[in-house]
Every structure is written in C-alpha cells, then in structure tokens.
Design a protein around this ligand. Structure first.
Ligand code: CP
Length: 317
C-alpha cells in the first residue's frame, strides 16, 4: 500500500471556490499530495481511511461525467460516505431554491458539499450559508478550480515544472470556466499563457489577466509546449458567435497540420467532453501527443488531495 505523507497538507481557506483560494505555496503542496494519490490509485487496493466517518454530498445542477464520478470515486477511496443527490428527481423540480436545498442538506451535517451550478457565483453564495467545506465543481462561466489543478498536475508530471512553459488555450474562452481557472492557475505558477480564438469567443479585457491574445492558430501555437483545446459551448450561446461549425473547424479546429505549429512534443489537452470534428480532430484527440485520458486519471487524484487537505480543519498552511 502506498504510504501517505506524515505531514498532511493544510489549506488556509475552508472552501475551494476558485483558484484565488489557493496560494502559490499551497498549489505545489496539493500537487505533491495528488502525485501520491496517483500511485495509490494504481495499486490493487486503493483505499485509505482518512475520511472515515465523514459525509460528502455531491450536488450537481448541471450534467457531468468526469467531475461527478471522480469526486464520488475520490471520496469513496478515502473512506467517506458519499451521497450523489439526483437534482432532477429532487424537490428542486418542485421549485425549491438553491439556498433552501443547500440549507436542507446542511441540516443533515455533511462535511463536504461538492457543487456544480449553471449560475456564476452560485457556489460562493451557497458556501456563505452552510457549515461544511464547499468545493466548486464548476459554476456557470466563472470557475472550475479542480479542473485547473488536474490540468496543472498533468502538465507538471510531463515537464517537471509549470514555470516558464508556453501554454496555448484555444477556442471558446468566453464561455469557459475551465479557461478562467486555468489562466489564474497557470499565470500564478509562472507559466506564459496565450489565448487563441476569434474575437467573438474571447472576453474583452482578457489580456489584463496576464495572457497574450492571438486570433489565428499559426501564431498562437508557434513554440507552444501545451495546446489546450476548449469545447465550443453551444448550450451557453444566445446568438451567433461563429458563422458555422464547419468554418470554425477550418480556422480553429486542432488538426495534425495545425499541431505542427507547436513544439514537436507539445502536449494536447482537452477538459472534455469533446466535440470531435468541431474543436479537435479525432486523429489528434487519440494521437501520440494527446494526454486527454491522463487528465481524467489525474482528476481522481487531485480530488482526493483536495478532500484530504480540506478535511484537516483547525490548521493553517
Ligand atoms: N471537464 C469536465 O468538467 O467534465 P464534466 O462536465 O464531464 O464533469
């Protein structure tokens, strides 16, 4: 069985609502802990009992495959009692509000609430009303901090560092909480971030977050160590952001030809779910440079590290 560190990781913040809850000193410690959980998860026996007696409730108001299942697996592997609330069959369908739902769950004394919600800021609002640790599993277009942590872990395991790397985040940045959290995380850790996409899909003032803006893939990918593709989030679009998906693919879809603009061994990443043939070609998504499946593996380890660290109450980093 893989040994856990004798000195646990403590976080200053009681919640993980956004990347700003993590200091540049805490992030490497969390990633080191996640590295240990990667080894734990590759063992035949993956269990550790550090969350034994604690209760984790997953409250997802938006669909999820990766985040919800990996939080459930993470909690269970650490010995927590995990409850996935089926929002569609809950009293939310009768009109109960987010806050009333949260207060109802809170009365059952959970230790962790893992929340995904379609409204930016909803998870932070909820955290002010409950007495347990709240983890943001994605709120609207705002943040998805555990996605940024798992992406950082994936990159660090390949390059041994984040500092100084050239990272291109491409596509629908405007609607992407993944992009926002990754820009905060990667710039905080000293990487150079570029955003690449048509002006309709890049928020105005994005350069103020410390990244460089490109409107074509050739310039944006030149010399990149990492090419992170984003899903075209059609469900969040009201109005026309791109002339057609076919045209979007022609200019911004990652193909083997466009990938050649980046460094020869550049990593290809995507948070999922992918629109194959829209933002990424299957030959690249499944190709030798793709680490998309590895990102999923890192997701379980990172979420175990976050649950572990947030369970160490009463301590300061
Ligand atoms: N990356 C991500 O958040 O995927 P899910 O929507 O499947 O959780």
């Amino acid at each position: 069985m893989t040994k856990l560190p004798e000195r646990p990781v403590f976080l200053k913040s009681a919640h993980l609502l956004g990347v700003s809850d993590l200091s540049p000193l805490e992030i490497p410690k969390l990633l080191d802990l996640a590295d240990i959980y990667v080894e734990v998860n590759r063992n035949a026996d993956k269990r550790h009992a550090i969350l034994s007696g604690l209760t984790q409730v997953n409250l997802f108001f938006e669909p999820s495959t990766r985040t919800q299942s990996s939080f459930e697996i993470a909690g269970k592997r650490l010995g927590a009692d995990v409850m996935n609330m089926a929002v569609s069959t809950s009293s939310v369908s009768k009109g109960e509000t987010l806050l009333d739902t949260a207060m109802t769950i809170n009365a059952m004394h959970p230790d962790f609430l893992v929340v995904r919600h379609q409204a930016s800021g909803a998870v932070e609002l909820l955290a002010q009303k409950v007495s347990c640790a709240v983890i943001n599993a994605g709120d609207g277009q705002h943040e998805h901090p555990t996605q940024a942590l798992l992406d950082a872990l994936t990159i660090r395991r390949h390059f041994g560092r984040l500092e100084g790397l050239e990272i291109a985040i491409c596509g629908d940045v405007f609607h992407s909480r993944v992009a926002r959290s990754n820009i905060h995380m990667l710039t905080k850790m000293g990487a150079h971030v570029r955003v690449v996409g048509p002006s309709t899909l890049l928020p105005s003032g994005i350069d103020k977050f410390g990244c460089t803006v490109f409107h074509n893939m050739k310039d944006g990918l030149a010399g990149a160590d990492v090419v992170m593709m984003l899903r075209l989030q059609l469900e969040r679009m009201s109005g026309t952001f791109v002339p057609s998906q076919r045209e979007y693919y022609h200019f911004y879809g990652l193909t083997e030809e466009k990938l050649k603009y980046a460094k020869p061994k550049a990593l290809v990443m995507h948070p999922g779910p992918m629109n194959r043939g829209v933002e990424i070609d299957s030959s690249v998504a499944d190709g030798a440079q793709s680490v998309i499946r590895e990102q999923v593996e890192m997701g379980v380890a990172v979420r175990m590290a976050v649950l572990d660290a947030l369970s160490r109450k009463g301590h300061n980093a």
